[in-house]
Design a protein around this ligand. Sequence first.
Ligand code: DC
Length: 227
Amino acid sequence: MRNSKVPVVTIDGPSGSGKGTVAGLLAREFDWHLLDSGALYRLTGLAASNHGVAFDDEASLEVLAEHLDVQFEPTEDGLKTILEGEEVGVTLRTEEVGAMASKVAALPGVRKALMKRQHDFAMAPGLIADGRDMGTVVFPDAPVKVYLTASAEERAKRRQNQLQQKGIDANFDQLLADIIARDDRDTNRTVAPLKPAEDAIVLDSTRLSIQEVFNKVIAAMRQQGMI
Ligand code: DC
């Protein structure tokens, strides 16, 4: 059980929809806590790879997820993520670790083990929770739920631009194929699949700027009396 007095805004959607950016902006705007739940699945995948645990060994992965030795330390440029004493911020964002995360995330035991850890982020004055099942499973009573999406082509283009800015030349067709494969795994798994909550506001960022999405979420928060 979580402390339901703490106001929560959930932002779910596929990777590359812009939800991480919007969630970060909202948390900064109100000085609220931020839960990047994808990072917890990425950390579990990375820890499994480091310890040589197979991605279908659900019992061992559940234990690993429950006992993840992780710290999030605030720094001037955001959060520093430390797994078992090692800074893993950059490694965590790679496509390779994203694919590991998507595999471990399909296992009910892993999702159960990460539930309490996610609820613990709900602290005053409020929480912005970013993920795939924040509004449907983890915080179903959140007063404002957003489902942010964008076409797969647009998301692949954004990913390619991000990589190019880092000097990495990525093949568009490969990126698109990876995005479609990951969407397919996240949407069609039996446990906590990626889908909008019934009472979610659905926004398509293919044709909306981040600022427009941000403004729409703020309007919904105001309408709910959260701010
Ligand atoms: O948001 P992200 O790309 O960091 O997420 C990595 C993977 O973790 C993604 O493929 C699906 C999974 N995930 C999940 O199943 N549930 C969440 N709440 C967040 C992420």
